[in-house]
Design a protein around this ligand. Structure first.
Ligand code: DC
Length: 227
């Protein structure tokens, strides 16, 4: 079980919003004895900081100062990904639609992506299942196994809706759908690191699959590629 950790194996999972990357990353991590890293949560934690401090990310100088004052960390504790902003656990707070919208906005700023590059690479050290949008293409192009998860827009909105409802958030399916559509547009149309599949990533359409089935497929793939 410790084999993949000892080998420092990195599994990159990319894909659009609401496809279930975090859930799948956790399941795969547990099956392979690795830790799971959610890079979206890092974008969200930085977005939360900007919202809390009232920094307009379009203000270049204010953004520079903010980036100097932000320290992000993530830990995989008992099968849960916990995200820390300047030492404070913000895991629950960063799940709101407002923080997600700000995260999507700042993800288009090159300086922000560069700032988060180091954090993401550091977290992947020693082996990890890392999920995001540009892990296999930009952050960890040397990842041992790369997967691109996809699902229909309606199915992704349904997953997002159910996840937020389970977390006690008051949101309608229509709101979840609107949120997914808006973020899809932003994530795919930005000039900087738009969402795209790495040529060597394995494409999985998860529309009619459960998270467990997707995780089993990926785990099997890793075991076949790295016996
Ligand atoms: O996965 P998520 O919804 O928590 O991510 C929040 C936002 O961060 C999302 O709109 C896109 C952006 N993001 C990114 O640009 N690159 C990543 N590697 C991860 C997230």
């Amino acid at each position: 079980m410790a084999k993949y950790k000892d080998m420092g194996i990195v599994v990159a999972i990319d894909g659009p919003s609401g496809v279930g990357k975090t859930t799948v990353a956790r399941l795969v991590a547990d099956k392979l004895g690795l830790k799971a890293v959610s890079t979206g949560a890092l974008y969200r934690a930085l977005a939360l900081y900007l919202l809390k401090t009232g920094v307009n990310p379009a203000n270049d100088m204010a953004l520079d100062v903010a980036l100097r004052n932000v320290e992000l960390d993530q830990q995989y504790i008992d099968g849960r990904i916990r995200t820390f902003l300047n030492g404070e656990d913000v895991t629950e707070e960063i799940e709101s639609v407002e923080v997600g919208a700000m995260a999507s906005k700042i993800a288009a700023i090159p300086k922000v992506r560069e700032f988060l590059l180091d954090v993401q690479r550091r977290l992947a050290e020693g082996g990890a299942v890392v999920e995001g949008r540009d892990i296999g293409t930009v952050v960890l192009p040397e990842a041992n196994v790369k997967v691109f998860l996809d699902a229909s827009t309606g199915e992704r909105a349904r997953r997002r809706y159910e996840q937020l409802r389970a977390e006690g958030m008051n949101i309608s399916y229509e709101q979840a759908l609107e949120d997914i559509r808006r973020r899809d547009f932003r994530d795919a149309s930005r000039d900087v690191a738009p969402l795209r599949r790495a040529p060597d990533a394995i494409y999985i359409d998860t529309t009619h699959m459960t998270a467990e089935e997707v995780a089993n497929r990926i785990t099997k793939l890793v075991k076949e590629l790295i016996p």
